[in-house]
Ligand binder design. Structure first.
Ligand code: UD1
Length: 324
């Protein structure tokens, strides 16, 4: 795939989001034409501003809940062969308040797109799954087969992502990437539910104490966005010299975890700020520990994360100082 001058075109839904914009940027750098879709429900125009004048980029402000969306787009872009489906309701608390809408957007719309991908002859359909598919499973590291219909999902978000991942993985063209805690430039620190790294850096740069929910000894597996993007390319079959791995669900994390307290220390070090922490009550529904087994993706595609937490923090801090 991707040989000669006629590289397959790629659809990226959720292109104005944090991960979607990085994926589109990388695909364009590799000369793959990109059709981007976003309805700006959680994405931002500023994330794709720099792509808008790229000759390989074409943007449609549309919703993934529209029936016939993929059919329309393949008519407009006949070389469309790959779908990266990242558009979703991303807020877990919102999903708790709006379970039906979450099921419609994160599950039913995914199944419709998947069916349209199959009937329009697409070669690969890659879905953005989530560590939330494991609920609060205490068996660590979390291995792909642990998530099942019996899993106690903590939110409609987790349940819908699990059902959609299953549906995607069951098709000959499908792969779902169960992403752990992603961080990097363009992650929005603005909402109370933003990723902890973007919030910590924002607080540190503004001279505020970092807020620690609970004792800070809870752990997470933080993975830098560029490593996630490489995993997307791999499962779509776009890494030269490597075939498309078998359909399935693959964890994407680092296989290592760090406590929130140690993370706070690391952020203060990278931002050169004195230690100032503000301990607040534990967040309701917080899971205690989370770390991925990354053996499966490593086995099928030799995938390993390349960017260390420290390097990722440096890059994110640089971006937040300059553009964030
Ligand atoms: C992440 C996902 C969420 C998913 C869940 C599944 C993100 C942004 N969220 O939630 O969509 O459902 O994994 O496992 O990736 N914390 C603080 N202080 C803060 C902010 C956070 O101490 O100011 C703590 C939280 O209590 C939590 C940890 O940091 O223990 C990580 O929080 P967060 O980045 O929100 O991610 P998850 O809760 O792991």
């Amino acid at each position: 795939m991707g040989s000669g001058t006629h590289r397959p075109a790629c659809l990226v839904t959720g292109v104005a989001g944090f991960v979607g914009s990085h994926l589109a940027e990388r695909l364009l750098a590799l000369d793959y034409p990109v059709v981007g879709v976003d309805n700006f429900c959680s994405g931002f125009e500023k994330n794709i501003k720099h792509l808008k004048n790229h000759p390989g980029f074409c943007f449609h402000e549309r919703s993934v809940t529209e029936k016939g969306l993929l059919e329309d787009l393949t008519r407009l872009q006949p070389g469309l062969r790959i779908c990266f489906h990242l558009a979703a309701i991303v807020s877990v608390p919102y999903s708790v308040e709006h379970p039906e809408e979450t099921m419609e957007v994160n599950y039913h719309a995914t199944v419709r797109l998947l069916e349209e991908a199959g009937s329009n002859g697409l070669a690969a359909f890659v879905f953005a799954g989530s560590a939330a598919e494991y609920g609060d499973d205490p068996r660590l590291p979390l291995s792909e087969e642990f998530a099942s219909h019996a899993t106690h999902h903590l939110s409609p978000y987790g349940r819908a992502k699990f059902l959609a991942s299953k549906a995607v993985a069951a098709t000959p063209i499908g792969a779902s990437l169960r992403c752990f805690n992603i961080f990097g430039p363009r992650q929005d620190p603005g909402s109370p539910y933003s990723g902890v790294i973007s919030k910590f850096i924002d607080m540190a740069l503004n001279g505020q104490p970092l807020t620690i929910f609970g004792d800070g000894l809870q752990t997470r597996d933080f993975i830098y966005v560029a490593d996630i993007v490489e995993a997307y390319l791999l499962v779509a079959g776009l890494v030269p010299g490597k075939g498309r791995p078998p359909s399935g669900v693959y964890n994407v994390g680092t296989g290592r975890s760090i406590s929130v307290l140690d993370l706070a220390e690391a952020v203060l070090e990278v931002t050169h700020r004195p230690k100032a922490l503000n301990f607040l009550p534990e967040r309701p529904g917080d899971i205690r520990h989370s770390v991925a087994s990354i053996a499966a993706l490593n086995h099928v595609g030799d995938w390993i994360p390349r960017v260390s937490l420290h390097e990722g923090l440096e890059r994110t801090v640089k971006w937040m100082r300059e553009d964030g």
